[in-house]
Write a protein that binds this ligand. Structure first.
Ligand code: C2E
Ligand code: MG
Ligand code: MG
Length: 695
């Protein structure tokens, strides 16, 4: 045998395909020949049938139309309660009436139930062959013991205890043949054993429970009036089975949407990965999270929220192929299993289609909702070989889609903040906060008109014991996803205000701007933290500014508005950072209490090179002034840019041309050297020169 794993794994699928073909031909051709013969034998003899035959046949038909007992397996087959009567007819009147009757009953019921026509001959054939094999056991026994096979004209005289032996052997044969033919024809991607043993115990015992009623039917047939009593045990078997199925269904489904739940989709994913491994196919797994669902829930209540979630579920399902599976994982999170999927690109395409389907407005309880969703995609085997890594990576991609507001992202290892080194860094961040490894640097902001220092921006730095200096771009996004953002912001506010208080004691009145993240504004305690820190350092609120990125505007979150208004009442101003990189809504810009706009350095740095950036910066400055805000340019690196900004009417500048971010000591020295501070210090100290002494 080849050592090459691929060859070995390809082999079974070939075997499986021939098995599929064999199963089909045996069932259809073999079965139908048997049925044809049975009909020829039975129909002419029907006038000789006794009353009991017609009663049993009637019950058989009745039960054939009642629901089949279905298993929970991969591709469920079922156990029909009518089998009890089929077997009773076999015992009483021999194989041909039994096969003929059940075939006609199956034909009628399958057509009524609108089963796919190509399945009907196969189902009939499969059952005829299984029943035929049980009949063969009976025939062999009867012959061996010198008895004759019963017929319609000469039914079985009576049962002896010893007859139970061949009956039980017959049941087992029936079960094995039936299950074998079924498993041969199930999904060729699964092995024969997968299907044969799927839910084995369940099918075995329900089949035996139903078949065990058959000899009782035989006994009762002598007194057909007692026949209805049999309905009770058969009903009980079905009821018990359906209750246990119901419980299982509940455990595996979400009650709100009726969709599979987390447990089920993960099990399904594991099963599909098994198949994909054998067939060398790809499987897509997507996680979808609604972007503003919390607002709906908070403002309109859970009832409306629940309705909306159910409608969302339908929309998602409507955008997929029937074979794809949607699950609700809880909250406003859904998962989609795409199996098989051609390529990662086509998985992304499906994700876009689903997302698109959710952008149409929703009508729920007479209201109109607009929702957005973020979808993360991971594909087997490209992004992971097993359930856990695939799910985790779809999750990482989903967060990225949310963060970047791109809607759909596929997993890219380079952007995975949870990769091993990132996780190590995250662990370190917790200690860093406690061990004082986080330090705040300050970068001055200077007026373009007067050259005066109008404030400083606090920028956090991490002095990592092994890695050295780690910049905020590397650990802030990580903190945002880990619950460390709040303590980090609190730490920076405290450090920054402590320094402002020191400067103030030394006669320097410098406002400090602290960056806050989306997480801070959604959380409720930012206000308390700010108020507490101002009080602790005994500072007026006017010495603190909070910088928030433009992204907060695009999320029309009620929380953000409330927090900002409360901060403004306290006297703390808000500044809009990195302006021009997001998609602000002008309406929100007008509504939110914002005092300052910081023009993103990507526009500022290109000012001298690209005339269109001049237009952009000029427009932002005008917009800011029109709304009564000041405009600050970030990333001013040269005198040329400085001059240009002056000409555009921009209020203040920040950047390397003025000063790099400096640690507290250097910042203090810089401020003391700065002409504007020298002026105000002279005023303050009645003309005393410079400012010595510790600050
Ligand atoms: P930001 O708020 O836009 O800060 C300005 C960034 O531009 C700083 O990067 C600063 O060092 C850099 N910079 C300043 N002048 C120039 C220049 O002339 N040229 C160039 N190329 N860059 C310049 P830094 O310190 O790496 O911070 C990056 C971002 O991290 C900040 O962007 C801010 O959004 C975030 N951040 C920094 N500290 C904190 C913090 O304490 N809390 C939060 N939530 N975010 C922070
Ligand atoms: Mg900033
Ligand atoms: Mg900025």
């Amino acid at each position: 045998m080849s050592a090459d794993g691929r060859e070995v794994s390809d082999h079974p699928s070939l075997v499986r395909l021939s098995m599929f073909a064999a199963g089909w031909w045996i069932s259809v051709v073999g079965g139908l020949v048997l049925v044809g013969y049975a009909l020829l034998q039975t129909v002419p003899a029907l006038p000789e049938a006794d009353a009991a035959f017609w009663v049993i046949a009637g019950l058989l038909l009745l039960f054939e139309f009642s629901p089949v007992i279905i298993g929970s397996g991969y591709d469920s087959q079922g156990v029909a309660t009518s089998d009890a009567f089929t077997f009773a007819i076999l015992y009483l009147y021999g194989p041909w009436p039994a096969i003929a009757l059940i075939s006609c009953a199956t034909l009628v019921s399958e057509l009524v139930k609108r089963k796919p026509p190509w399945k009907v001959p196969y189902n009939i054939g499969q059952f005829a062959l299984s029943l035929g094999s049980a009949a063969l056991v009976m025939e062999l026994w009867l012959r061996a013991s010198g008895d004759v096979t019963p017929t319609l004209a000469a039914p079985l005289a009576g049962l002896q205890p010893v007859d139970l032996t061949w009956m039980v052997v017959g049941w087992l044969t029936f079960f094995v043949v039936n299950n074998t033919l079924f498993s041969m024809l199930a999904d060729p991607g699964r092995t024969f054993a997968d299907d044969f043993f799927d839910d084995f115990a369940y099918y075995f015992f329900t089949t035996m429970a139903v078949l065990a009623v058959a000899p009782i039917v035989v006994f009762v047939s002598a007194q057909p009036a007692f026949m209805p009593l049999l309905l009770l045990p058969l009903y009980a078997v079905r009821k018990t089975a359906s209750i246990s199925r119901e419980k299982e269904h509940q455990a595996l489904h979400d009650s709100l949407t009726g969709l599979p739940n987390r447990k089920m989709i993960l099990a399904e994913l594991a099963a599909r990965l098994d198949v994909a491994r054998r067939q060398n196919t790809k499987v897509g797994f997507c996680l979808l999270d609604l972007d503003r669902f919390k607002e709906v829930n908070d403002t309109l209540g859970h009832q409306v929220g629940d309705r909306l979630l159910a409608v969302v579920a339908q929309r998602i399902q409507g955008a997929l192929r029937p074979d794809d599976i949607v699950a609700r994982l809880g909250g406003d999170e859904y998962a989609i299993l795409l199996d098989p999927v051609q390529s990662p690109d086509s998985a992304v395409e499906v994700a876009h289609r689903v997302r698109q389907a959710l952008t149409r407005p929703f009508h729920v309880e007479g209201m109109l909702f607009e929702l957005e969703a973020s979808v993360g995609v991971a594909v087997y085997p490209v992004h992971g070989e097993d359930v856990d890594p695939l799910v985790r990576r779809a999750d990482v991609a989903m967060y990225l889609a949310k963060e970047e507001r791109t809607g759909v992202e596929i997993y890219v290892a380079d952007r995975d903040r949870n990769s091993a080194s990132r996780l190590a860094l995250l662990g370190g961040l917790r200690h860093a906060l406690q061990n004082g490894e986080l330090q705040v640097h300050f970068q001055p902001k200077v007026s373009l008109g007067t050259g005066d220092v109008v404030g400083v921006e606090a920028l956090v730095r991490w002095h990592h014991p092994q890695r050295g200096l780690v910049m905020p771009d590397e650990f802030i996004p990580m903190a945002e996803h880990s619950g460390l953002m709040a303590p980090l912001t609190e730490h920076v506010i405290d450090e920054a205000l402590a320094q402002v208080a020191r400067w103030r004691m030394a006669g320097l009145e410098i406002p400090v701007a602290v960056n806050v993240s989306m997480r801070d504004l959604n959380g409720r305690d930012l206000l308390g933290v700010v108020a507490g820190a101002l009080e602790k350092h005994d500072l007026p609120a006017s010495l603190l500014v909070l910088e928030l990125t433009e992204r907060v505007l695009t999320r029309n979150s009620g929380d953000v508005n409330t927090t900002l208004n409360a901060l403004r009442r306290l006297g703390v101003a808000a500044s809009l950072d990195d302006f021009g990189t997001g998609y602000s809504s002008m309406v929100l810009l007008k509504k939110l209490p914002i005092a300052e706009i910081k023009i993103d350095r990507s526009f500022v740095s290109r000012l001298t090179a690209d005339p269109s950036d001049v237009t952009i910066v000029r427009s932002i400055v005008e917009l800011a002034h029109g709304l009564g805000m000041t405009a600050v340019a970030e990333g001013v690196e040269s005198e040329q840019v400085w001059d240009l900004l002056q000409g555009l009417g921009c209020d203040a500048a920040q950047g390397w041309y003025v000063s790099r971010p400096l640690d507290a000591d250097d910042a203090t020295a810089w401020l003391l050297q700065h002409p504007s501070q020298q002026r105000s210090l002279r005023v303050l100290r009645g003309g005393a020169e410079g400012a010595g002494g510790p600050v």
